[in-house]
Design a protein around this ligand. Structure first.
Ligand code: S3P
Length: 443
């Protein structure tokens, strides 16, 4: 039952690799393409289970979607009000982004819908999105704040609100922006700290007017979107595993091609550099409104740091692998203000603490972060071999595969089948880059 990884100790990374397409941008490309007028052409689409869930949800609402084939997708947009009532529940699988953004988009439709997800997604908080949508006039029911989410047509349609967000969440911000497209008046959302802005950028690419002024985003309802072309860059959150891998494995020198380096996503690079990493951006360019670059990563000696709190939302998905980097660093790394990690695909603070300790790391969970005392000796292993459980969390599984580069023995990682939600082909690419990783069916 299930898959497991066997990550053998040692190795170094070299060559040039391109990791799969950005998950956040892939979800949004299907969503905006579906409600635009005309045919949207996507290249570099992430062919992972999460983005495919979004494709299937829109197909179930009558949108013709061809692909993905080699990352190419054609979406025949139906216009702002052209979605059809689905015949059954809409399954978001493991994808929190799909469910939360869909809540906003579906709240403004003239038909009812139900959003469901897998076991992990069914345990994740949805009230943070439902509450402001209800304030906009939406009808939404949850099971005590969690999925399934039932959405009924708003009896009087949606109306704009001004909303100071209580959490720094791009999913929440995006849900309210999408609902704002269907609302009377101008919706205004204020962020407590900057979060990824792909929704705002992509809406502008589809011809909509979205204003950003400091921490405030505004959008007027009723704007029709016009189909466009979207080139999805490689996902910096997937590149992060290899950036840490090449940093901690002595002798490594790796190029990661065509990585999205939107400044609302590059917290991982800033944090690693503060720790002493050697990462350079080569050939910076802009592709379809998103900055892109090749990353050159060479092995480096890391030191522990207090991670600046303002960088936390800009690196929120990268903490599992950052904890691995911290375990290799000289001295103490302290992460605070990262309580959101507890409501991701797993409780990433608890699950990483358990796994790191099983590999002999001095890691201590706190309510909103972690304290890790790293070994810091480049000549010695930073981890013992051993067994860890990813709890079905893709990013935890990949993080421990990276840890094996500096382990004294093989690291066995259980429950790895969800790696394909964000990073199809991870094992093959890791092997190509120089990691000794195999995946097999658990017996
Ligand atoms: C995402 C936003 C983040 C991130 C998730 C993708 C997005 O979630 O963790 O993987 O695409 O908007 P939160 O907004 O809940 O922090």
């Amino acid at each position: 039952m299930g898959q497991l990884f066997e990550a053998r100790a040692g190795g170094r990374l070299s060559g040039r690799i391109r990791v799969p397409g950005d998950k956040s941008i892939s979800h949004r490309a299907i969503m905006l393409g579906a409600i635009a007028r005309g045919t949207t052409r996507i290249t570099g689409f992430l062919e992972g289970a999460d983005a495919l869930s979004t494709r299937n949800v829109f197909a179930a609402m009558g949108v013709r979607i061809d692909g993905p084939t080699d990352g190419r997708v054609l979406v025949e947009g139906v216009g702002l009000h052209g979605l059809a009532e689905p015949a059954g529940p809409l399954d978001c699988g493991n994808a929190g982004t799909a469910m939360r953004l869909l809540m906003g988009l579906l709240a403004g439709q003239a038909f009812a819908s139900t959003l469901i997800g897998d076991e992990s997604l069914s345990a994740r908080p949805m009230r943070r999105v439902a509450d402001p949508l209800v304030a906009m006039g939406a009808r939404i029911e949850t099971r005590e704040g969690r999925p399934p989410v039932r959405i009924s047509p708003a009896p009087e349609g949606l109306h704009a609100i001004r909303y100071p967000m209580p959490v720094a969440s791009a999913q929440l911000k995006s849900a309210l922006i999408l609902a704002g497209l269907y609302a009377r008046g101008e919706t205004e959302v204020q962020e407590p700290a900057p979060t990824r802005d792909h929704t705002e950028r992509m809406l502008r690419g589809f011809g909509a007017r979205v204003s950003t002024e400091g921490a405030t985003v505004r959008i007027r309802g009723g704007q029709q979107l016009t189909a466009t072309m979207i080139d999805v860059p490689a996902d910096i959150s997937s590149a992060a595993f290899f950036a840490v891998a090449a940093t901690i494995a002595p002798g490594s020198d790796l190029i990661l091609e065509h990585v999205g380096v939107n400044p609302t996503r590059t917290g991982i690079l800033d944090i690693l550099r503060l720790m002493g990493a050697d990462i350079t951006l080569v050939d910076e360019r802009e592709v379809g409104g998103e900055p892109v670059a090749d990353l050159r990563v060479r092995a480096a000696r890391l030191r522990g740091i207090d991670v600046p709190r303002e960088l936390v939302p800009l690196a929120i998905d990268e903490f599992p692998v950052l904890f691995v980097a911290a375990a290799c660093a000289a001295g103490r790394t302290v992460v605070t203000g990262a309580e959101e990690l507890r409501v991701k695909e797993s409780d990433r603070i608890a699950v990483m603490e358990t796994g790191l300790r099983a590999l002999g790391v001095d890691a201590r969970a706190t309510p909103d972060g972690m304290v890790i005392d790293g070994r810091g000796d480049l000549a010695a292993p930073a981890f013992s071999g051993g067994r860890v459980d990813s709890h079905g969390d893709h990013r935890i599984a990949m993080s421990f595969a990276v840890a094996a580069l500096r382990a004294a023995g093989t690291v066995h990682i259980a429950d790895t089948e969800n790696v394909g939600t964000s990073f199809p082909g991870f094992v093959a690419l890791a092997r190509r880059a120089g990691m000794d990783l195999t995946s097999r069916e658990a017996t």
